[in-house]
Ligand binder design. Structure first.
Ligand code: AP5
Ligand code: MG
Length: 185
C-alpha cells in the first residue's frame, strides 16, 4: 500500500506517518529525514542538499527523486510505504508515478492534513529544529504555497485526496486518519 502524507510544514506529517506506518505494518519514508541524515553523514547528497534544507528551500527535483527511488528499492519497502514530504512539486509527482508504474504499483490515497498557519508556527517554534526559526518557517510556508499546494488539485483530479483536520491531540488526528484509511478499504 502506498499512502502519501501531504500538507504544509509542521502539520504533523512525520508524527502521523510514523503512527500510520506502525498501524499498517509498513515502513515510513521521510525525504526531510533522509536529507538530514545525509547532511549529518556528509554524503554527496548531503553536501548538495545542505544549502537548500538550511534555508527552507526545496532540494532540486532530480536529486530528491533519486533519493526516493534508491530508498524504495530497499526490501524494507516491499510491502508498501507511507511517504512523508514527497512529492512536493509537479515534477516529483510525475517522477513518483513513473517510478511506481515500472513496478506495477499505484498510490492508494493522499492524506492532506489541514492546520492553520498560526498553529503551525507555534508548533514549529516549540520544536526548535535547526530550520524552525521564524524566518525559515515563513520561507518554508511560502515555498509550500507556491510549489507544493498546487498538487492538491492534481491528487483531487486523480480521486486520491482525503482532507483530514490536523488540529487536536495527536491521537485525535491519528484516529481520523485511520478511519479514513479503513473506509477507503
Ligand atoms: P521536512 O523535514 O519534510 O519538513 P517540513 O515539510 O517542513 O515538515 P516538518 O517535518 O517540519 O513537519 P511535519 O509536517 O512532519 O510535522 P511533525 O510531525 O514534525 O523537510 C525539511 C526540508 O527538507 C525542506 O525544507 C527541504 O529543504 C527538504 N525536503 C524535504 N522533502 C523534500 C522534497 N520532496 N523536495 C525537495 N526538498 C525536500 O510535527 C511538527 C511539530 O508539531 C512536532 O514537534 C510535533 O511533535 C508537533 N505535533 C504534531 N502533531 C501535533 C498535534 N496534533 N498537536 C500538537 N503538536 C503536534
Ligand atoms: Mg516532518
Amino acid at each position: 500500500m502506498i499512502v502519501i502524507l501531504f500538507g504544509a510544514p509542521g502539520v504533523g506529517k512525520g508524527t502521523q506517518a510514523q503512527i500510520l506506518a506502525d498501524n499498517l505494518g509498513i515502513a515510513h519514508l521521510s525525504t526531510g529525514d533522509a536529507f538530514r541524515e545525509a547532511i549529518r553523514g556528509k554524503t554527496e547528497v548531503g553536501l548538495l542538499a545542505k544549502h537548500y534544507v538550511d534555508g527552507g528551500h526545496l532540494v532540486p527535483d532530480d536529486v530528491t527523486a533519486r533519493v526516493v527511488e534508491e530508498a524504495m528499492a530497499n526490501p524494507t519497502y516491499s510491502k508498501g510505504v507511507i511517504l512523508d514530504g514527497f512529492p512536493r512539486t509537479q515534477n516529483q509527482a510525475q517522477a513518483l508515478e513513473t517510478m511506481l508504474a515500472k513496478s506495477g504499483k499505484v498510490i492508494h490515497m493522499v492524506i492532506n492534513l489541514d492546520v492553520e498557519n498560526d498553529i503551525i508556527v507555534q508548533r514549529l517554534l516549540a520544536r526548535g529544529r535547526a530550520d524552525d526559526t521564524e524566518e525559515i518557517i515563513n520561507n518554508r510556508l511560502s515555498v509550500y504555497q507556491q510549489e507544493t499546494a498546487p498538487l492538491i488539485k492534481h491528487f483531487m483530479d486523480l480521486g486520491l485526496l482525503v482532507h483530514i483536520n490536523g488540529i487536536g491531540t495527536i491521537t485525535d488526528v491519528s484516529d481520523r486518519i485511520l478511519s479514513a484509511v479503513i473506509s477507503k478499504g
